[in-house]
Ligand binder design. Sequence first.
Ligand code: Q46
Ligand code: ZN
Length: 315
Amino acid sequence: MHCRKCPRSAVIKMPRHNTALCKDCFTEFVRTQVRRAIASHRMFTADDRILVAVSGGKDSLALWSILLQLGYRADALYVNLGIGDYSVQSRQKVQRFTDTVAAPYRVTLHIHTIEQEQGAGIRELATLVRRPTCAACGTMKRYQFNRVAVERDYDVMATGHNLDDEAARLLGNVLHWQTDYLDKQAPVLPASLDGFAKKVKPLHRLTEREIAAYALLHRIDYIVDECPMAKGSKLLAYKHALNQLEMESPGTKQNFYLQFLERRAASPDAHHTMAEQDRQHLHPCTACGQPTSAEVCSYCRMMARARAEAGAPAH
Ligand code: Q46
Ligand code: ZN
């Protein structure tokens, strides 16, 4: 099988683009998709300081590596969730990547360890506050990423969400007509008010398979196992369903998600409305100062409940 762009041998077949590419042409394809995402959604510029949320998985490490190679100033934050062996291994992968691939760029890796600061891992914390682990984890990660981005003065926070993640989330939101979530599902969430970091998803045009191939071809050593708490999640079921459709009809995922974005962008004042809504509904949490629509943010409520349940004095 030959590369469709040059005489070399192809290393990957890409049915959704009806093509096959060699390592160099595929690398260029991946970088072009990222550049396109950054430019068309005005995610950041070469002067901006970016904080990449890394988990040790292929998406976030590939994202960090691509941004550095494209010449962006990108540091990273790793939140250690304290989930047994999974967290031990993912922490090692992140550290190794920082010490090897990222080292020449003189980056900073920030680490937040939940067990150290909260006295328990995310599973124990979730049990204490009687919430599903992934819900508690989502609240925790959102809070810590936003806090570090704002406190350390980063211009923007980047996550490794890919096309499969976004299409699966869109499918879930559509199936349940979660219109509030649909409004918020964008590759860019603006820093609508003080205390809120701008959030971007530069990999949203690339599939999970393409990113895995990129990581493999560029010898990015990542944790292959999913977080054990992801087992049985709805999102995985939606991804599976979309993969079935994609096999039958290549391009389905991309059409579904990218056309959703195009249609929404065509509706007047889409982003303005989102920022405006935030300004109207959000104000500083009375406990920590981060933006929230309630008096006290969900993170502070969760931690207050954990302290109460553990019998420690709330503060
Ligand atoms: S890390 Fe956290 Fe995910 Fe693990 S506990 Fe659930 S939400 S599955 S992206
Ligand atoms: Zn708070």
